[in-house]
Design a protein around this ligand. Structure first.
Ligand code: CO8
Length: 260
């Protein structure tokens, strides 16, 4: 099994258990973690036709993933490469969305920004009762850049997608279930069991049929415009507003945006 610095990866009975493991930063996705997800879904396991599926969760009891790593991203935005970074992240999440076996997010706490986007790139989501969902990028003066503007529409429709994206408000797990953002919301132990049960059930079906179903369902959404999202993310991340929003986050204060 390959070695990762930010992922714990175990395999039991044909199911791959992946834990994003940066609990001190609430499992925020830095570039190294994105590279490890790329290696895992792009090459290390992509040819494993015997895999029943993958379960992704976050380490610790507070977060699934609290977003892209804001502190690391500040340097990238200053260098003007926001668009490239968004495109790269989108490509990593496409590997998950297009993976031949089912990938389930077990959302065990905050799923914010890039964390909500990671959960949405998975084929299904099972939430624990303490899960919280949101796209708070607007609080930082940026927009979702890892597919959130496209996949929120797909999962919950335009009205709610716009509300969540423009307000940055968080949803609790019950509301996320009510609006269809997650497949199930359950107490923690039951949520894990449910995710495993889903993967075991799918694991008894024809692997070719499972892979072809994923492909065919994804095809319906082929006209989504991820490129426009990356371009818009690039524009927003080059603003003084983002510099202010990110500084406010680091200094734990409210941002004072000027629209510049
Ligand atoms: N990045 C880096 N560090 C983080 C992040 C993050 N996204 N989230 C939390 N942390 C760190 C905190 O800085 C803190 O570190 P320290 O102890 O060194 O101060 C530690 O984790 C614990 O966090 P808090 O003290 O803030 O814990 P609270 O319980 O007070 O608050 C929250 C929990 C509400 C989850 C709060 O941490 C928060 O709001 N986090 C940021 C959420 C957010 O804005 N996420 C979106 C990020 S932007 C994004 O994801 C864009 C995606 C597309 C990017 C495309 C190109 C990069």
């Amino acid at each position: 099994m390959p070695n990762y610095n930010n992922l714990l990866v175990e395999e039991t009975d044909g199911i791959l258990y992946v834990t994003i493991n940066r609990p001190k930063a609430l499992n925020a996705l830095n570039q190294e973690t994105m590279g490890e997800l790329e290696a895992l879904f792009g090459s290390d396991y992509a040819s494993r036709k015997d895999l029943k599926g993958v379960l992704i969760t976050g380490a610790g009891d507070r977060a699934f993933v609290a977003g892209a790593d804001i502190k690391e991203f500040l340097g990238v935005a200053a260098a003007g490469s926001g668009k490239e970074m968004a495109t790269r992240g989108q490509d990593v999440f496409f590997l998950i969305e297009r993976f031949h076996a089912p990938v389930i997010a077990l959302v065990n706490g905050f799923a914010l920004g890039g964390g909500c986007e990671l959960a949405m790139a998975c084929h299904m989501r099972v939430a624990t009762e303490q899960a919280r969902f949101g796209q708070p990028e607007v609080n930082l003066g940026i927009i979702p850049g890892y597919g959130g503007t496209q996949r929120l529409n797909q999962l919950i429709g335009k009205g709610k997608a716009i509300e969540l994206t423009l307000t940055g408000n968080m949803l609790d797990a019950a509301e996320a279930h009510r609006i269809g953002l997650v497949n199930y919301t359950l107490p923690a132990a039951e949520a894990r069991a449910k995710a495993i049960e889903l993967l075991q059930t799918i694991g008894t079906k024809g692997p070719v049929a499972v892979a072809e179903s994923i492909k065919a369902i994804n095809a319906y959404y082929a006209s989504s415009d991820f490129e426009e999202e990356a371009a818009a993310f690039g524009r927003a991340s080059g603003t003084k507003d983002f510099a202010e929003g990110a500084a406010a986050f680091v200094e734990k204060r409210k941002a004072d945006f000027k629209g510049e």
